[in-house]
Design a protein around this ligand. Structure first.
Ligand code: C2E
Ligand code: MG
Ligand code: MG
Ligand code: MG
Length: 283
């Protein structure tokens, strides 16, 4: 009867819900265990200055080196980490791994190159991020000028006093502030300048549109012109082709990042260090 099938459906959904909840809890527990067992590794993706071809900085990108599944992309675990408190300990661990890596490079006699770290808005709202950064810098004896912080536009929405205060404290330490995935949120350039951001990272979706439509270039030119007028630099994310790189150079974009320049690399694969890539890239 109708009544039974409805009941059966109800039970079916109930069970599915229970199972998804269970697997979420299992995944969360697995993530926590992975932190305890130190199963995360950092890859580094260079950003180059268009005018010199020199690496201006490298972005630290976390990967989960899973014992049976191999390297897991942050896209597959950062969202869950952000829904739980895991992002707070994971974020602190990332900061410490980057500072330890900078100390290793220094010990190995490498030329100092800044590293940018992706920081979640929850780290800003729920932890004393300035204090965590300064403790890690002190522990590894790292100059604050070698660290940059990437924050997405959406994490600055609301423009809370608390976030503004944390940004000021970080800025005073000598750490640069970068806006990540610019163009995907709703922040105004004036607001970003007031918060003292140094550089805008324009989202890769806009880079992908460069070769396809005229509007793609128009958008970039407007951003670059306004950012420069406000004293900020611009990097294009997700540059994959020589044509995109050439258009961005003509538009006077300051820096490039993307597979065309370099994939994110494990420290053991970084030779030469730092990377230098003058446009157009040859071999
Ligand atoms: P994101 O910060 O915008 O990082 C850029 C992402 O684009 C990276 O993916 C990078 O590998 C990828 N990418 C770089 N160049 C290209 C390109 O030319 N083409 C394409 N299609 N993709 C490119 P990844 O490493 O998978 O990271 C994804 C996102 O996960 C990051 O986006 C960032 O939001 C987050 N994430 C990564 N590491 C951390 C971390 O340590 N902490 C936090 N909170 N988030 C992180
Ligand atoms: Mg980023
Ligand atoms: Mg980005
Ligand atoms: Mg992105």
């Amino acid at each position: 009867s109708v009544k039974t099938s409805r009941k059966r459906n109800y039970r079916f959904y109930d069970q599915r819900f229970y199972e998804s909840l269970r697997s979420r809890l299992e995944q969360e527990a697995e993530l926590r265990l992975a932190i305890e067992r130190d199963q995360f590794v950092m890859y580094y993706q260079p950003r180059i200055d268009i005018s010199t071809g020199m690496t201006s900085s490298m972005e630290a990108l976390v990967r989960w080196a899973h014992p049976t599944k191999g390297l897991i992309s942050p896209a597959d675990f950062i969202p869950l980490a952000e829904e739980t408190d895991v992002i707070l300990s994971l974020g602190e661990m990332v900061i410490d791994k980057v500072c330890a890596q900078l100390a290793d490079w220094e010990k190995a006699g490498k030329e100092p190159v800044p590293v940018s770290i992706n920081v979640s808005s929850r780290q800003f709202n729920e932890t004393d991020i300035a204090k965590i950064l300064s403790a890690s810098l002190t522990r590894h004896k790292i100059d604050a000028r070698l660290i940059e912080i990437e924050l997405t536009e959406s994490s600055m929405m609301g423009d809370s006093q608390e976030v503004a205060r944390a940004l000021t404290a970080i800025r005073r330490m000598g750490i640069k502030l970068l806006v990540d995935d610019f163009g995907t949120g709703y922040s105004s350039l004036a607001q970003l300048q007031r918060l003292d951001f140094d550089l805008l990272k324009v989202d890769q979706a806009f880079t992908a549109r460069l070769e396809k439509t005229k509007e793609g270039s128009v958008f970039f030119l407007a951003i670059i012109t306004m950012a420069h007028a406000l004293g900020m630099r611009v990097v294009a994310e997700g540059v994959e082709t020589e044509a995109q790189a050439e258009i961005l150079k003509a538009l006077q974009c300051d820096e490039l990042q993307g597979f065309y320049i370099s994939m994110p690399l494990a420290p053991s694969d970084m030779e030469p260090f730092p990377l230098r890539r003058s446009l157009p890239l040859t071999a």
